[in-house]
Structures are given as C-alpha cells and as structure tokens.
Design a protein around this ligand. Sequence first.
Ligand code: GSH
Length: 212
Amino acid sequence: MKLYHESHGCSLAVDIVARELELPLELVWVDMSRKVLPDGSDLHRVNAKGQVPTLEYADGEYLTEGLAIMQYLADQRPESGLNGKAGDVERYRILEWMSFIASDLHKAGFMPLFKKITPEKSRQIALDHIHGRLQWLDDHLADHDYLVGSRFTIADAHCYAIVIWTKRHNIDTAAWPHLEAYMTRIASRPSVRAAVGAQLVQEAHEAAARGL
Ligand SMILES: N[C@@H](CCC(=O)N[C@@H](CS)C(=O)NCC(=O)O)C(=O)O
C-alpha cells in the first residue's frame, strides 16, 4: 500500500500507525505547494479533494481522511489494540477524540495559521481557539497517560501529529505541563521517532531543491 504524504503534514499520524502495526507503506511525498506527485501528475488524480493523507490499496483503490485510514489500518491488526473493538465503548471514545482533533483542533485551530492570506484578526481568533483546546487536552492529560484507556491508540498518533504544529507556529506550550509530558512520552516511541525522522529527511530534500 502507498501513503501520499507531506513533509510536515497531518499524514504523519498515518505513518506512525503503520509503523506501530508493522504494516509497511510506500511513502509518496507530495509537493503540496503545487499539489503535484513525484511523477509530475496532479494530486487530484488520487484525491479529488487535493489533500493528504491518501492511502492507495494494493488493488489501486484510494481511501482519504486520516480518521478513516487509521481505523482501516488498525483494523487489519486487531490484536495490536491500537483501535477498540466494534461495539466496545473504547472504540467510540477513540472516534470521539479523533473527530475533535480533525475538526476542532486541526481545521478550526491550526488551518488558518498555515494560510498566508489569513488576516491578522482571524489568525488571533485561531490562536485563541487553539489555546482553549490545548487547555482541554491538558486538563484531560492531568490524570491520563494516553487519550483513551491506559495504552497508546490511533487517537494518540493523530493528536501528536497535530499538536506538534505548536512548534512550527511558535506556540509556547509551557502553560500545559501535562500536554508537554504527553508529547514527550509519545515522541519517545520508536514508530514516532522513525516517522518524524522520515519527514525531516524529506523536508531537508525539499529545502535543498529550493536552494536553501
Ligand atoms: N479532513 C482531512 C483533512 C486533511 C488535510 O487538511 N490535509 C492537509 C495537510 S495536513 C492538506 O492536504 N491540505 C491541503 C488542502 O486542504 O488544500 C483529514 O483529516 O484527513
């Protein structure tokens, strides 16, 4: 299977999950500034929404939306415990967190910060929104090591891949010590180190190609 991926994208979460599951994915790095694939074709050829992550199955079908892709991958190895079992409350707790991360934190919070055209006032609204949501996360993590239950799940991979953007946007996280400890805990996992390392190597290639 292939993962259409970006050097600093939310697709990091999918790569982390695949590495946790030891389900190797071929990484296809997308030039998101032009929405172009390595072979020069248009990203919209594989994802009509022009977004990553996109998963390509061995038979050539595509699956989009990180939440759906991570559920699909984890369900290939139910014994991993990365997702809850259908019918168990844990599964819907995981979905509850992932829906919050995808909509509230990613789209309403960080997305405006990535867009150069976002007016300063809207940027400030987005930052205030992020602060509120990170406070919620910190409150939860005050007495939990992971988002759901007592072990790492796909919700943690998702959360890590979005909260890591605080560094990219110079958001000081010192006010949320439980969140900081959580991010350190997740970052120490071999799957996360490997997936982040792959992104850093790609980011360096892209910078070199731009002559930086
Ligand atoms: N709802 C999608 C959003 C994916 C998304 O926004 N991906 C970003 C990269 S982190 C992207 O492709 N942005 C380009 C765009 O939306 O035009 C998901 O959760 O997977």
